[in-house]
Write a protein of this length. Sequence first.
Length: 234
Amino acid sequence: MATHDIPKVSSSAEEYLLTLYRLETSGERAGSSQLAKMFGVKAPSVTGMLRRLSERGWVRYQRYRPPELTEEGRRVAVYLIRRHRLLETFLVRFLDYSWDEVHDEVQMLEHTVSDRLLHRIDHKLGQPSYDPHGDPIPDEHGNMPDHTLVPLTRLEEGSAGQVGRVDNRSRHLLSVIGEIGAYPGASVTRLRGTNNGKLSVRVDRREMQIDGEVARLIWVKPNTNSLGSTVGAI
Ligand SMILES: [Zn+2]
């Protein structure tokens, strides 16, 4: 299905769709009181929003049951992800934004971008499959590129791989990851030995010790010889 006929979505509705999508793809579900806690709002405002989303046919929602995205709701969420990630890619590649400042900028920008502009950006970029953080960009039919990644903390000692994506939830840690050079595409080896929660790693040619907190945000595509042993741990 094409992504162009997406109707206007308010930014708070967007936040709900994206959150539900994220929960769903990680195999979790949250009821309205958990959602209220996540968004820092009161329960009635969550139920009000869920009711509006269900009227639009995007969410299946019954009282006392965790809400679920409908097929259509999922399609809208995937479109929103595509728009966000394409804009981030554009800002980094053409406007020299650093990858830790781009997210906030895109959050301000994304609600006003037309489909026509997005289409042009996609083509200018050569229809990329990954954003600067290495997150997959759904194509215009809503298909996600495939990949099998594990957090660096789950890579076995002695195994190597390539950085596939970096979790961008902390701006501070993102700049640490930038300093050690663990950008998507960098090769990384988990060396033997862990002490005080620090992992020994080699990123490209540099050996170093990094905090587990940082390593958990670095997602690695293990080299094929080590894939068999790590894939079960996902
Ligand atoms: Zn972002």
